[in-house]
Write a protein that binds this ligand. Structure first.
Ligand code: IVH
Length: 664
């Protein structure tokens, strides 16, 4: 291919993918299939890698992440990011309207949903996105450009080449929030309390790869120096849409206080069906020319206010505080409530998060409390109705595990308490459920309920007990609901699970922070349990996808005697303790870490990878000082350059083929 063509193709792909992003994430009207999208993106990534000089400033490949900062830079807002006054009911809203009518007579309002996220200011120069900053204290925020770039609906290039600063709200949609918390539960990490906290925690990540996976979104609602672009908020919103921003479509123009009140009631209905959190309606005078006259206080404009929705909060009695023991030993206090109906469902239990949360809110057993659903999802105790307190005693955190009576400790720098007894049956029950779960050993007949029953009856305490169940076949028959057929399929599935892959077993062991993806990565570098057991901290850390926290957790796991005994038992029982033995052929590549780059013409990437693995090599994606060899094809780019810089051995594809052919 000649260079001109490559450049043209890169431009074509950039435009096509940006358009597809816009249709999918901003308009919510996808026109091409996910598969075609992935294909186009893959092609662009490859072409840009080989021809970095042709990468466009608005290239969609930037949305994938890839930037890791060591700290955040401060940004001074030229025009401060103000906040809004609040009104909580109809009367306060009427007073707001009266105050405005004292100053101006003829005007309209624009109502917008108040998105519950965090404010961000976005700077564009010549139509190109250059910087994003958080609100901070209103005058000074933090530069979060690297993270905001990963938001799919953010236009990297506007439809006009304007110099403009706009502001909006970054939020986490319910779907992303649910997925994130499920994943955290899976990995034994503390959960985010609500989508707003999750969004705020995400935008403060130094590693934009993490952000890119969490699917944040963004609505834009204000232009800084708005009068240069429009004369009303309505036109400003239309102009923002025209530029390519995602503008919340639920805005309305209203005249007069009565229509305003009616409109707000409508919002309170529609907001419950939205896939993201809103906490009110922002009401703005529509005509910019009136703003100076109406004026400002030190903190907020007098021409706007936020009507805050009454989140559905319900009073009930906190009957007791119990404690749940998670798979990693984390102990979560739970409020046992007099059941109440909240946002359409009965709630009898609510999270109390941790000791600090309870102490900070001074929540006590037998208190009357207010409960709501955080992010319309997780029931949470918000506060105590102190006027109803009588002689309740202050809460004291438990010192012994509620299940095994073992020691409970609070780790330094963490808010959570942990049961440190590795044999705790509480942990073990969740551990057993996790072990047999679909992503782990996939023993589908050994679901949560069955594990619970067999655990309560004492048949299952530790993982290896699963494989001893067959010895109790007759006793099982006496259990209610356990017929011959059920027992047969259960025992058969258990026996078959012994053949599951080594990576599933590692994931199933429930090592803290080792999710199924990490487990797979580990097996690439440690082909057997013996190898993994003796892995050194530094070696683990040098694997690209393994951070220090995961590495430490793996090392800790294998330092624990109980864990080692368990693994030995599983080995004796015949579980898969190594990756499928690929018959490796001794070769010059055996034991080497190899990177493939450029266009291979003699083999496909997959063929070359498979072949190298058969020859005992590990194939990885990025070049580092750990790399032993880089095999390159045509038009190889940055990876080859890096290999030369690092003095890593390089080999062209032809030589590689000659060596391979020589082996047969
Ligand atoms: S306008 C002068 N419009 O609410 C203030 N804010 O309490 C301009 N927010 O900091 C803000 N949705 O983070 C505006 N449609 C919307 C909004 C909105 C959410 C947030 C924003 C702001 C806070 C004000």
């Amino acid at each position: 291919m000649i260079y001109v063509d490559i450049k043209k193709r890169i431009l074509e792909l950039t435009k096509q993918i940006n358009q597809a992003n816009y249709e999918y994430h901003t308009l919510d009207q996808p026109k091409i299939s996910d598969q075609s999208y992935d294909q186009l993106l893959k092609e662009l990534i490859e072409l840009e890698e080989l021809n970095p000089e042709y990468r466009y400033e608005d290239s969609p490949t930037q949305k994938i992440g890839g930037v890791i900062l060591s700290s955040f830079t401060k940004v001074k807002h030229q025009i401060p990011m103000m906040s809004l006054s609040n009104v909580f009911d109809e009367n306060e809203l009427r007073s707001f309207d009266e105050r405005i009518k004292k100053v101006v007579s003829s005007f309209s309002y624009i109502t917008e949903l108040k998105i519950d996220g965090l404010a961000v200011s976005l700077l564009y120069e010549n139509g190109l996105f250059v910087r994003a900053a958080t609100r901070g204290n209103g005058s000074i925020g933090e530069d979060v450009t690297h993270n905001v770039k990963t938001i799919k609906s953010l236009p990297l290039k506007l439809n006009e080449p304007v110099d403009i600063e706009v502001r909006g709200e970054i939020f986490m949609p319910h779907k992303s929030f649910k997925m994130l918390n499920e994943e955290r539960l899976n990995e034994g990490e503390a959960l985010f309390a609500n989508p707003r906290n999750a969004a705020a925690g995400t935008i403060r990540q130094l590693d934009s790869n993490v952000v890119s996976k969490r699917n944040l979104d963004l609505f834009v609602y204000t232009i800084v120096n708005q009068m240069d672009y429009a004369d009303t908020q309505e036109k400003a919103l239309q102009y923002l849409s025209h530029l390519g921003f995602k503008v919340n479509p639920n805005y309305q123009k209203v005249f007069g206080i009565e229509s305003l009140i009616e409109t707000i009631h409508q919002y309170d209905i529609i907001r419950k069906r939205l896939p993201y959190d809103t906490d009110g309606v922002v009401i703005k005078v529509n005509e910019f020319s009136l703003y100076e006259n109406i004026g400002y206080t030190a903190k907020f404009p007098k021409w706007a206010t936020a009507y805050k929705f009454q989140a559905e909060r319900v009073e009930t009695i906190l009957k007791d505080i119990t404690f749940q023991v998670g798979r990693t030993g984390v102990i979560t206090p739970v409020a046992e409530l007099e059941p109440v109906l909240i946002s359409g469902s009965m709630v009898a239990r609510a999270t109390l998060h941790n000791e600090d949360y309870i102490k900070h809110k001074d929540i006590r057993i037998q208190d009357t409390v207010l409960v709501h659903k955080a992010g319309e999802i997780i029931p949470e105790v918000i506060e105590v109705v102190l006027s109803k307190r009588t002689d309740q005693k202050p809460f004291v955190m438990i010192e012994k595990c509620p299940i095994c009576q073992g020691e409970v400790v609070r780790k330094e720098g963490e808010a959570d308490h942990y049961c440190i007894n590795p044999d705790c049956p509480g942990k073990s029950m969740y551990g057993l459920i996790h072990f047999s779960s679909r992503q782990a050993m996939d023993i589908d007949t050994l679901g949560e309920k069955v594990v619970e029953t067999l655990h309560d009856l004492g048949y299952l305490n530790k993982i290896s007990d699963i494989y001893h169940l067959k010895e109790y076949k007759d006793a099982l028959k006496d259990l209610p609901g356990f017929g011959d057929k059920k027992i047969y399929t259960l025992l058969k599935a258990i026996e078959e699970s012994k053949k599951q892959g080594f990576d599933r077993l590692i994931f199933g062991l429930g090592i803290k922070h080792v999710g199924s993806k990490v487990a797979k990565t580990l097996t690439k570098f440690y082909a057997s349990m013996d190898a993994l057991r003796s892995a050194k901290l530094e070696d683990l850390q040098s694997i690209p996808e393994i951070g220090p926290m995961i590495a430490q957790s793996v090392v800790n796991y294998f330092q624990n005697e109980t864990n080692l005994t368990q693994i030995e038992e599983l080995q004796t029982l015949g579980l898969n303790m190594a990756i499928e033995k690929i018959e490796t052929i001794e070769s010059p590549f055996t034991g080497k870490i190899i990177v493939l780059t450029g266009k291979l013409g003699l083999y496909s990437r997959d063929e070359a990878t498979e072949m190298l693995e058969k020859l005992g090599a590990k194939v990885t994606g990025s070049v580092s000082s750990k790399t032993d060899l880089v095999i390159y094809g045509e038009e190889a780019g940055s990876k080859l350059v890096k290999a030369k810089e690092l003095n890593v051995e390089i080999m062209d594809e032809k030589t590689f083929k000659e060596i391979v052919d020589g082996l047969h």
